[in-house]
Design a protein around this ligand. Structure first.
Ligand code: ADE
Length: 227
């Protein structure tokens, strides 16, 4: 039976899934908790990787090496970088990239990719999950960019839009995609928007992080149910 790896950065991003799953065992690797068990009868491994690209990269590699997962879903929240993408909307990754690594460096040095493509089957499944869920969330499919900073300045936001044409920004997805790519494991990143990555971002984040985190986890739960 195939094994699904699910990664969330913060406890609020995995709580709903942890509540729903039947946990068989809990492991601790590199200080990260890994829960194995089933969700809707499917074999899953769930982890909380903490904030940032290094943490999510480490956890993704552990998912591959220690648990031999067949695919990886990363769930969480993000700041919108799209005019028509509002707080509480879902974003499904078409591809992911690091916004704090030069494009030339991405292209010229291993692994020679400007961005990492999400798996088409997982994208379609995420779309279906959004469409069929009772939450009736608006969803968008587009590029998700990640870097080691919380984006809360219009100036930086505009630069990112100019350079990457992204749908949203967060702090883990690109490294989940990067590590999945070099291990040839299919992945998709799901994000629910908590803020607009501008000067109001911190307030909006505080108000919407819980709701957005649980909405994204809800969609992942739906995806697993439909698998
Ligand atoms: N996660 C949620 N909102 C974010 C933002 N504005 N910047 C980076 N990561 C985020």
């Amino acid at each position: 039976m195939s094994k699904i790896g699910i990664i969330g950065a913060m406890q609020i991003e995995i709580d709903l899934i942890l509540d729903q799953m039947d946990v068989f065992e809990e492991f601790l690797f590199a200080g990260f908790p890994f829960y194995t068990g089933t969700l809707h009868g499917k074999s899953i491994v769930l982890t909380r990787c903490g904030v940032g690209k290094v943490n999510s990269a480490a956890c993704t590699q552990i998912m591959v090496d220690r648990f031999q997962v067949d695919c990886i879903i990363n769930t969480g929240i993000a700041g919108s970088l799209g005019k028509d993408i509002s707080v509480c909307d879902m974003v499904i990754s078409s591809d992911v990239t690091h916004h704090d690594v030069r494009k030339a460096q991405m292209k010229n040095l291993f692994p020679f990719q400007e961005s990492f493509l999400a798996n088409q089957n997982l994208i379609e499944l995420a779309k279906k999950a959004c469409e069929s869920s009772d939450l009736k969330l608006t969803y968008h499919c587009g590029r998700i960019i990640s870097g080691e900073c919380f984006v809360s300045e219009s100036h930086l936001k505009e630069n990112l839009i100019q350079n990457y044409s992204p749908a949203c920004v967060e702090m883990e997805g690109s490294s989940v995609g990067h590590v999945s790519f070099i291990n040839q494991v299919p992945f998709v990143i799901l994000r629910c928007i908590s803020d607009n990555a501008d000067e109001e971002a911190s307030i909006s984040y505080e108000n919407f992080e819980k709701l957005a985190a649980s909405q994204s986890a809800f969609i992942v739960n739906e995806m697993v149910r439909m698998m």
